[in-house]
Design a protein around this ligand. Structure first.
Ligand code: VGL
Ligand code: ZN
Length: 212
């Protein structure tokens, strides 16, 4: 990581999908997902610029196993843009499961970016939908605001955090994943695959203690 003090200037904290459905008791609970909340609160206080994302699906979204008769959650199917894992219904627009965790203290967040709202396309990354073509607008927003180094935290490490980090690099940003402020789902060793992918893309992985 560069020697600039994190949190100021061109740095932004990207808080990915810290929503009730990804926390224990939620519909797509990430093991110990709620543990990231106090860590993120501490980190957020060190950042002048904070952006939040929310997974935000219409009811009946194509990523839901319930939309495919005979299919079960966590099976993979082929769709127009390639492989798609089928999930339990989660983060349906306007439901309590889609709400941000109530203990998240990020009142100074400047943007809440919602993704996954197209009925037929999933969106793990905060930058591109899973068709790898449709932009969410985040890269343009960050560029227009002069933000160049993205520190990523949240849920889930091996899906939305991973794909956001990869796409952030591809879009030319410096990217750092604060790993102890993330938790993974870990399907078929996806956490190990995430660490390898991030290493290959020269995404730094640090601990929150390196910042606050
Ligand atoms: C996510 C699976 C489905 C995530 C979102 O936030 O990592 N994972 N939708
Ligand atoms: Zn989703």
């Amino acid at each position: 990581m560069s020697k600039d003090r994190p949190g100021a200037g061109r740095d932004v904290l990207l808080v990915v999908d810290v929503q009730n459905d990804f926390c224990p008791g939620g519909n797509l609970a990430v093991p110990r997902g709620d543990e990231v909340v106090p860590i993120i609160n501490r980190l957020a206080s060190a950042f002048a610029h904070v952006v939040l994302t929310q997974d935000w699906h219409p009811a009946g979204h194509r990523s839901f196993a319930s939309s495919h008769p005979g299919r079960r959650p966590y099976e993979t199917i082929q769709v127009a843009y390639g492989a798609q894992i089928l999930w339990p219904d989660h983060c349906v627009q306007g439901t309590s499961g889609a709400a941000l965790h109530r203990d998240l203290q990020v009142a100074h967040a400047q943007l809440v970016l919602r993704k996954g709202y197209h009925c037929d396309v999933d969106s793990y990354s905060a930058f591109f939908e899973n068709d790898r073509r449709t932009h969410t607008g985040l890269a343009g927003y960050l560029r227009e605001r002069g933000l160049g180094r993205i520190f990523i935290v949240g849920l889930a490490l091996d899906f939305c955090v991973r794909y956001s980090a990869e796409d952030g690099r591809r879009e030319g940003f410096d990217v750092v994943v604060i790993e102890d402020a993330c938790r993974g789902i870990d399907l078929d060793n996806s956490v190990a695959a995430t660490r390898r992918a991030l290493q290959e893309l020269e995404v730094d992985r640090i601990a929150a203690g390196a910042i606050v």
